[in-house]
Ligand binder design. Structure first.
Ligand SMILES: NC(=O)c1ccc[n+]([C@@H]2O[C@H](COP(=O)([O-])OP(=O)(O)OC[C@H]3O[C@@H](n4cnc5c(N)ncnc54)[C@H](OP(=O)(O)O)[C@@H]3O)[C@@H](O)[C@H]2O)c1
Length: 278
């Protein structure tokens, strides 16, 4: 079973891996190596119950992930309290008949508030555990000009959300969030000095850290590799990310229960390796 950890300064406890749910709701204009069909309700239910049995309690969704929020709302009926749900605001996705859907962004306070209200309805819940600004890449402009963190902080004060932050795309945005928000969602590449700086700042401020795209949306695990080679890469990746004391959880997207199991096994090895070194 995967262990859980306190998410930064929040009172949320999250599993060391989370399940990313892009692939539950959107298969147009995505960056995965292979095309895929959205899973049936039965397959999605099996995936969620496998995740829960493995100790995963964290689900990451967003209005930008097509029908992901609605499907989770339907599939998690009666189980809401078992899960920590992270969703986002600021970006949404529209499917197109030609197969190339597109995203729209709106970061005005009124739009963020409407987005949170809609997420509550779609997820069939009266609170959201984590809401992140779904950045369009202009992190600091969103923070300074649109005051996005201030808007989410008000929604937290009103009791609709328990923690807030941003899925960041820049060092500057991440550094501000580490100080002013509860949670930073970021990528981590050990070769990038900026990524180390961000992790240090998050550790210093005890900000919650969720990593995204740790397999580079699957491109790190090239198709022609055997499962054994893929597992060696995954294990190495887990050692690298869990060596960062700031990291609370890595969000991995998968539709495949066997992949989910391998990811959990490799995470346990990566966590054990780092506890030996500590
Ligand atoms: N906020 C943002 O801006 C943002 C952006 C991107 C992602 N995210 C979040 O982060 C999550 C993860 O990112 P991601 O889904 O783009 O990419 P990822 O987790 O880096 O990689 C997912 C891909 O890797 C494959 N995979 C997973 N485990 C595997 C295994 N053990 N063996 C072989 N292949 C494996 C999956 O295919 P299978 O389905 O075949 O396993 C999937 O295509 C997303 O679902 C989303 O929740 C957030």
């Amino acid at each position: 079973m995967l262990p859980q950890t306190q998410l930064g300064n929040t009172d949320l406890r999250v599993s060391r891996l989370g399940l990313g749910t892009v692939k539950l709701g959107r298969n147009q204009s995505v960056k995965y190596p292979e095309a895929f069909e959205l899973p049936s309700d039965d397959d999605a239910r099996t995936l969620l119950s496998t995740a829960r049995d493995l100790g995963i309690n964290l689900l990451d969704t967003a209005p930008a992930y097509g029908v992901s929020e609605e499907r989770l709302g339907y599939l998690l009926r009666g189980e809401r309290k078992d899960w920590v749900i992270c969703t986002k605001a600021g970006e949404e996705f529209s499917r197109n008949y030609d197969g190339n859907g597109n995203s729209n962004f709106d970061f005005e306070a009124s739009a963020l508030r409407l987005s949170v209200e809609r997420s509550l309805r779609r997820l069939r819940t009266d609170y959201l555990d984590i809401v992140l600004i779904h950045s369009d890449g202009n992190d600091s402009h969103l923070i300074h000009h649109h005051q996005v963190l201030h808007t989410l902080s008000k929604l937290k004060q009103e009791g609709w959300i328990r923690a807030f932050g941003m899925s960041t795309k820049t060092l500057e945005g991440g550094m501000i969030c580490a100080q002013e928000a509860d949670v930073v969602m970021a990528t981590f590449d050990p070769a990038q000095a900026d990524d180390h700086k961000l992790m240090q700042s998050c550790a210093l401020n005890n900000a919650g850290v969720l990593l995204k795209k740790i397999f580079n949306s699957g491109h790190l695990l090239a198709e022609d590799q055997t499962q054994k080679t893929a597992n060696a890469i995954i294990e190495q990746q887990m050692k690298v990310i869990f060596a960062q004391s700031a990291v609370n959880s890595a969000i991995i997207g998968t539709l495949n229960c066997q992949h989910l199991r391998s990811n959990v096994e490799c995470a346990l090895l990566g966590l054990a390796e780092n506890s030996k070194l500590a």
